[in-house]
Design a protein around this ligand. Structure first.
Ligand code: NAD
Ligand code: MG
Length: 392
């Protein structure tokens, strides 16, 4: 079998490095065509040395120059590209059979969309693409003849728990509910009063998963689960009423599908992103992901609780945005990205995140943008207007 070409967007991040870990286990199956990241020169250089891609993208220009220099010195024949358009270019290369979309935030949308239009097999980690532009993204996948495989562990679990060849009708598949599990994050047991005082360092220390900063804060506020509800809506054509969230602190049951006949099908495993990554890479086959088997005798109890929407209003806001439709999810996402950055920067407190998101949903026009350009313009407008009002 000829190795399949893979492009990794967001190569230096948590998902990117886990993806390359899986690639390294199967050199006969995968060949890295391009690696792309924002500005982490050292890490991308090491990855270039190990995986010898044809192209390396550093979106930041200075970082690109630095990388070029280092690759030249090392005599490595990798072509370095820069700028946001380079992301779209590598996402559509003819040699790319699959594209791992693992850039964080709405910044990942244009390249993921380009891969969809080019009919690639898209391994989607960047949930924000679907939150911001679900309708456009799903049409691009259909029209481009792309294959969309969810990498987000919950959606990967649901994909595995739905019938093979699921065609986008819960009704036809006999599904009553899609049940997303949530770990509850590091602050699950804190009171409202305590939540006001938590620090970025505490928020970034997730009990079960090691992830990038943005998604770690999202997990702590439960906005991550909110974004995932919207992601599930688009991926599985599921109305908000058919999506439930259950807090399951052990993160062993990665999500479930409840059927009409009373059956519940779930996917279980160790909390290690290499499992859903490898599944998406090899589907419908299964390959070694370097993940240890689940040891049932070593497991503590598996417990389940109702999410508390009072203490964690972000989840409620995301459900509301999904129900409002139009650009509400895009506004929610833009406001959340601004709020998370401001929290990490010490400009606002943790509970300032839901506050800012709620204000934004009340203040901006939520009617649906007709085109991608209009949507991106709205995204920029929300960001700049909120950023201008932040305390320094
Ligand atoms: P991360 O912060 O560890 O890595 C982000 C990557 O994106 C880096 O390679 C960075 O260079 C790149 N990047 C950032 N801004 C960019 C920009 N403007 N242009 C181009 N590249 C840019 O993040 P992560 O935890 O790997 O998460 C990546 C995506 O995967 C997010 O959308 C996240 O929600 C999703 N996801 C992550 C996990 C996880 O376990 N980490 C699980 C599920 C879903
Ligand atoms: Mg997830």
């Amino acid at each position: 079998m000829k190795p399949q070409g893979i492009v990794v967007l967001g190569a230096t991040g948590s998902i990117g490095t886990n993806t390359l870990d899986v690639v390294a286990r199967h050199p006969e199956r995968y060949r890295v065509v391009a690696l792309a990241a924002h500005r982490q020169v050292d890490r991308l250089f090491d990855q270039c040395r190990q995986f010898r891609p044809v192209f390396a993208v550093m979106v930041d220009e200075q970082a690109a120059s630095a990388l070029r220099l280092r690759l030249n010195e090392a005599g490595l024949p990798v072509e370095v590209l820069t700028g946001v358009h380079a992301l779209e270019m590598v996402a559509t290369l003819p040699e790319a059979d699959m594209v791992m979309a693992a850039i964080v935030g709405a910044a990942g949308l244009p390249s993921a969309l380009a891969a969809a239009r080019a009919g690639k097999r898209i391994l989607l980690a960047n949930k924000e693409s679907l939150v911001v532009a679900g309708q456009l993204f799903m049409s691009a996948v259909r029209e481009g003849g792309a294959t969309l495989l969810p990498v987000d562990s919950e959606h990967n679990a649901i994909f595995q728990s739905l019938p093979d060849g699921y065609l986008g009708s819960l009704e036809q598949a006999g599904v009553r509910k899609i049940i997303l599990t949530a770990s509850g994050g590091p602050f699950r047991q804190l009171s409202s009063a305590e939540l006001h005082g938590v620090t970025p360092a505490q928020a970034c220390k997730h009990p079960n998963w090691v992830m990038g900063q943005k998604i770690s804060v999202d997990s702590a506020s439960l906005m991550n689960k909110g974004l995932e509800v919207i992601e599930a809506h688009w991926l599985f054509n599921a109305p908000a009423d058919n999506i439930d969230v259950v807090v399951h602190p052990q993160s062993v049951v990665h999500s479930m599908v409840q059927y009409r006949d009373g059956s519940v099908v779930a996917q279980l495993g160790s909390p290690d992103m290499r499992t859903p990554i490898a599944y998406a890479m090899a589907w419908p086959e299964r390959i070694d992901a370097g993940v240890a088997s689940l040891d049932f005798f070593a497991l503590s109890n598996l417990t389940f609780e109702r999410p508390d929407l009072e203490r964690f209003p972000c989840l409620k806001l995301a459900f509301e945005a999904l129900r409002s439709g139009g650009d509400a999810p895009a506004v929610l996402n833009a406001a959340n990205e601004v709020a998370v950055a401001a929290f990490l920067n010490g400009q606002i407190g943790f509970m300032g995140i839901p506050e800012l998101v709620e204000q934004a949903l009340g203040r901006f026009d939520l009617s649906a943008s007709a085109t991608l350009d209009a949507l991106l313009e709205k995204d920029r407008e929300v960001r700049s207007s909120l950023e201008a009002r932040l305390p320094l």
